[in-house]
Design a protein around this ligand. Structure first.
Ligand code: ATP
Ligand code: MG
Length: 228
């Protein structure tokens, strides 16, 4: 991203959500975005994932400028290149875990099987459960399986632990870290869960619509053994 700005206009009021953001995301990286409420984290992630367009600046992905891309190219990018995970899991209540993941694998080009994706997030034993029969952390792991089953190059996660208690949140973050390590999926995670910082390659601190500081933990720590 180069010189990204985003201005929301609501009648007379202008909100400068991004005030000139430059950021490189490297292949295979695991980055964490921290920052106060309203500092522009979600706005940035949505623009990087092609869900929203900036007011100014460029998003260059593998040499192509997303900001100038046509509708077809953008749909292609969203469908095959990026996976999204949000705070709320957005699972379909009438479908089992396996069926929720299959919705995506049926239209993907080179998907893993729903079973493989659910095994990867530790839900091999829960494939035929419906969302209402799963805990919050398990539902979020289904949503992660759905996002990674199409083997996206980039996984963008906006407060994936926001609706979870901190212990369950750590398990979800460990799942993301493991996917990054094992599949090499470039991953950016917005979280308020400071416990994740040691797992990241870089920690990007946001403030008032710009990057205030980037920390590189001395050594990326492998998480403790997964605990489910
Ligand atoms: P949080 O931690 O609370 O999720 P954030 O860092 O993700 O915050 P953003 O959602 O990116 O922050 O919002 C940045 C600023 O832009 C805020 O002042 C917000 O009110 C404003 N904003 C975001 N979306 C819109 C919108 N659709 N219309 C108008 N203003 C918006
Ligand atoms: Mg946000």
């Amino acid at each position: 991203a180069r010189g990204l700005t985003k201005v929301y206009r609501m009648g007379e009021v202008e909100v400068h959500a991004l005030r000139g953001v430059d950021l490189d995301l490297y292949k295979g990286e695991f980055v964490v975005l921290l920052g106060p409420s309203g500092s522009g984290k979600s706005t940035l992630l949505n623009i990087l994932g092609g869900l929203d367009s900036p007011s100014g600046g460029e998003v260059i992905c593998q040499g192509r400028n997303l900001v100038k891309a046509g509708d077809r190219e953008l749909t292609e990018f969203r469908r095959h290149f990026v996976g999204f995970v949000f705070q709320f899991y957005n699972l379909i209540p009438s479908l089992t875990a396996r069926e929720n993941v299959a919705i995506v694998t049926e239209i993907a080009r080179n998907p893993m099987s729903p079973e493989e994706a659910l095994e990867m997030v530790g839900l091999g034993e829960r494939m035929d459960h419906f969302p209402a029969q799963l805990s919050g952390g398990e539902q979020q792991r289904v949503a992660i399986a759905r996002a990674v089953a199409k083997r996206p190059a980039v996984l963008l996660c906006d407060e994936p632990t926001g609706a979870l208690d901190s212990k369950t949140g750590i398990v979800v973050l460990e799942v993301l870290e493991r996917i990054n390590r094992e599949l090499g999926t470039t991953t950016a995670v917005i979280t308020h869960n400071a416990g994740i910082a040691d797992m990241a390659d870089r920690v990007i601190h946001f403030m008032d619509g710009h990057i205030e500081r980037i920390d590189r933990p001395a050594q990326r720590k492998a998480p403790r053994e997964l605990s489910w």
